[in-house]
Write a protein that binds this ligand. Structure first.
Ligand SMILES: *[C@@H]1O[C@H](CO)[C@@H](O)[C@H](O)[C@H]1NC(C)=O
Length: 435
C-alpha cells in the first residue's frame, strides 16, 4: 500500500489539473455516449396490443383451425401432473378448439399413462418416443468427460445441473423437437409441461391470431436466468453475431445492459467477465420462461436458427454448462425476430411451479358473458375471482396468496420495451426495492 500511496502522491504533483479535468470530462462523455448507443428505439406506435378487447368472447367455433398442436414432454412417473395440465387446458381452451396433443417421452410409454391421458385429452392424442440420437451426447462430446462435468455441476447445487437427462432435455428443446416426424407436419406449437394450470378462459384461438398478425413467438412470464447455468452462452452468441454480421435488433438492445465502465476498462477488463460481449457490455439475463410457449416452428427450422443452434451445440455448453432452452430461445428471438413478431399473452393466466401470471378480470356482464352456453361447455362452475376496473381477464381464477405474480416486473418491462411507447426509467430501481 505504501508504494501505491507514494505513487499517487507523486502523480498528483506531476499531473496538473488542466490535464486531469479534460481527461475525466472526455471519459465521462464517452461513457454517456456509449450508454446512449444502446438505447432502445421507441416504436412509432404500440406494437404489441392485446389481440382483443378485455374480457371473454364467444369462441368462434366455425373459424378454420391453424396447423397446430400442443407438445408435452413427460415421464411415465408424471402421470398425475400431466393430467393436471391436460384437464386445465381442456377446460380453459381446448374443449372449444380441439387441437391435438403430442406427448413425448425419452422412454417407452407406460400403457396406463397412454390410456389415462388419451382419455383426459379432448382432441386427438399421440404418444411418441423420442429417438435416441436426439436425446444423447452428440459424437463430438466425450460422454465420460460430459458425465464428470455434469456430476461436478450437480455438486455446486445448481438446480437440475447434476441430472444428465435434464441436459439432454435442454438440448432437445433448443434444437431438435421441431424436426421430429410427429411434429414435422405442424407449423405452430403450444408447449405444455406437467403440473401447469391455466387460470383464465382463452376464448379465442391464439394460433390463428398469431398467424394473422405475423407473430412468431408468444410468452407469458419473463424473468432472470440463473447466471451459473450458462456463464459462456451470451458471449458465444454475441461472437456469433459479430462473425456473421448480424445487426442488433431493438430486442437485442433491450436484452443487453450497456457497461458503465470507460472504454479501456470496458474493452479489456469487463469483456473477461461472464455474460459479457467482446466489448464488455452485459446480458441482462432476462429471458422468456419457455415452459409456456406458443410459437412458429418454422422460426426454429429456419436456416439461420439451425446454423446458430449447431454452432452452440459444437461449443458443448449444453453439457459442460447447463444451457437452458429458455435462454437459447430467448437469445435467438432477440437476435433474429423483429419486436413486432413477439407477443406477450398478458390475458392468459398461467401457473408453473410457484410463479404465475394471473390478470384481474374485466368488469361487467358484457365482458364475462355469464349467459354463454358455449363457455359453459368447459365443465366450469362460474366462480371467477374479482372483476376490477382496468382488468383484462376472462373468467380468471387467481389465488393471489399462492405465489409470485410474474417476477418483479423488471424483465417483463425490459423485454417489452421495444414494443411499447411507455418509458418507465425512474420506476425500475424503485420496483426492485418496493415492488
Ligand atoms: C385414444 O382413444 C380413442 C377413442 O377412444 C381411440 O380411438 C384411440 O385409439 C386411443 N389412442 C391411443 C393412442 O390409445
Amino acid at each position: 500500500m505504501v508504494p501505491l500511496r507514494r505513487l499517487l502522491r507523486s502523480m498528483r504533483r506531476r499531473v496538473p489539473l488542466w490535464v486531469v479535468l479534460p481527461v475525466l470530462a472526455a471519459g465521462t462523455l464517452e461513457v454517456l455516449l456509449h450508454a446512449a448507443s444502446w438505447s432502445v428505439p421507441v416504436p412509432a406506435a404500440e406494437q404489441d396490443a392485446a389481440f382483443f378487447p378485455p374480457g371473454c368472447r364467444e369462441p368462434d367455433l366455425a373459424q378454420a383451425r391453424a396447423n397446430a398442436a400442443f407438445v408435452m414432454l413427460a415421464r411415465n412417473s408424471e402421470r398425475r401432473e400431466a393430467k393436471v395440465t391436460v384437464r386445465s387446458i381442456e377446460r380453459q381452451f381446448n374443449a372449444w378448439y380441439g387441437y391435438p396433443i403430442v406427448f413425448l417421452n425419452d422412454e417407452e410409454w407406460d400403457p396406463a399413462f397412454v390410456s389415462e391421458l388419451n382419455e383426459t385429452a379432448g382432441g386427438k392424442a399421440v404418444f411418441e418416443v423420442i429417438p435416441r440420437d436426439v436425446w444423447s451426447f452428440p459424437d463430438w462430446v466425450d460422454p465420460e468427460a460430459a458425465r464428470r462435468s455434469i456430476k461436478a455441476q450437480g455438486e455446486t447445487g445448481l438446480q437440475h445441473a447434476g441430472q444428465e437427462g435434464y441436459h439432454h432435455m435442454c438440448r432437445f428443446y433448443s434444437g431438435k423437437f421441431y424436426q421430429l416426424p410427429a411434429l414435422q407436419k405442424y407449423k405452430w406449437y403450444w408447449r405444455l409441461e406437467p403440473d401447469v394450470e391455466f387460470l383464465c378462459a382463452v376464448t379465442y384461438d391464439p394460433f390463428v391470431e398469431m398467424e394473422r398478425r405475423g407473430k412468431v413467438y408468444g410468452f407469458t412470464i419473463a424473468l432472470w436466468e440463473l447466471g451459473d447455468s450458462c456463464p459462456s452462452l451470451f458471449r458465444e452468441a454475441a461472437d456469433w453475431m459479430d462473425a456473421r454480421g448480424v445487426r442488433p435488433t431493438a430486442l437485442w438492445r433491450a436484452t443487453v445492459s450497456a457497461s458503465w465502465a470507460p472504454w479501456p476498462l470496458r474493452r479489456w477488463l469487463m469483456s473477461l467477465l461472464a455474460h459479457r460481449d467482446a466489448r464488455g457490455d452485459a446480458w441482462s439475463l432476462c429471458h422468456y420462461w419457455s415452459n409456456f410457449e406458443i410459437a412458429d416452428m418454422d422460426f426454429f427450422r429456419s436456416r439461420e436458427y439451425q446454423a446458430f443452434f449447431d454452432y452452440l451445440d459444437r461449443k458443448g455448453g449444453f453439457y459442460f454448462e447447463r444451457w437452458g432452452d429458455a435462454a437459447v430461445h430467448s437469445i435467438a428471438v432477440a437476435m433474429y425476430a423483429d419486436p413486432a413478431q413477439v407477443h406477450h399473452f398478458e390475458d392468459i393466466g398461467y401457473r408453473h411451479d410457484h410463479l404465475y401470471q394471473c390478470p384481474a378480470n374485466a368488469p361487467g356482464e358484457a365482458a364475462q358473458l355469464p349467459g354463454s352456453e358455449v363457455l359453459a361447455r368447459g365443465e366450469r362452475d362460474p366462480k371467477w375471482t374479482a372483476e376490477e376496473p382496468g382488468g383484462i381477464g376472462c373468467r380468471c381464477e387467481c389465488d393471489r396468496s399462492k405465489g409470485t405474480r410474474n417476477h418483479p416486473e423488471y424483465c417483463l418491462d425490459r423485454l417489452k420495451r421495444p414494443n411499447t411507447r411507455k418509458r418507465r426509467w425512474i420506476t425500475w430501481p424503485l420496483r426492485l426495492v418496493w415492488p
